[in-house]
Ligand binder design. Sequence first.
Ligand SMILES: Nc1ncnc2c1ncn2[C@@H]1O[C@H](COP(=O)(O)OP(=O)(O)OP(=O)(O)O)[C@@H](O)[C@H]1O
Length: 250
Amino acid sequence: MNAFEVTGLNLWYGSHHALHDININIPKNKVTALIGPSGCGKSTFLKTLNRMQDLVKTVKIEGQVLFEGQDIYDPKADVNEIRKEVGMVFQKANPFPMSIYENVAYGPKIHGIRSKKELDQIVEESLRGAALWDETKDRLEKSALGLSGGQQQRLCIARALAVKPKVLLLDESTSALDPISTGQIEELVGELKKDYTVIMVTHNMQQAVRVSDYAAFFLLGDLIEFAPTDELFNNPQQPQTADYVNGLFG
Ligand SMILES: Nc1ncnc2c1ncn2[C@@H]1O[C@H](COP(=O)(O)OP(=O)(O)OP(=O)(O)O)[C@@H](O)[C@H]1O
């Protein structure tokens, strides 16, 4: 079963044609890594999956992106609902300057949940889901800005989980972290795929190998190859993929 079915996707920033005719089916409840050299369109593609590109004025998009069979670019599609179902965590942790509890409760409150009991439960579940509960349960009222970088990034994952998404998009979410925090998030991603589809941009090929089930290799706006991660790294079908995974460029 696929989470996303993308057909003939093209994207321009003004006159710059940044994604060329992308066709890919991204499987549900798996981890898919987007890899490729800097500037090849990984983040651009990731952001087409929850319409984050709508925020960039010069962007033009053609083609189709189906999420669970629904066309997310249909003029009648509800963008807020899409962004609730397809959550995103960025490269740099960006907790709100408020308590740990309020960071996680923020999204559910915006979506209309008022009951303290229900919010308490969502906060606990989300922090547990992000492997942060044990470290924070005694300091929920303390500022989120007092957490370490790795804890802040897991808090951002908890914040994304709190609105009960189906998909998590991670845009180089470990690139600013030390190896121990990176390892914790990689372990967490392995847990998350039981309940969520995870799509992650990573610069780090070892990370893609460690964490992902499928990998998509982008080069200069083209999707060159998409395959189970083992196959893409050990038996690439395209010469450009072979050169990249063998470290010839990038
Ligand atoms: N908001 C924007 N406006 C104009 N051009 C952009 C914008 N964002 C990205 N681009 C251009 O689109 C191309 C793809 O960028 P993108 O950030 O998707 O690449 P990437 O593969 O994620 O790179 P990196 O690994 O360095 O983050 C680049 O040429 C970039 O300069």
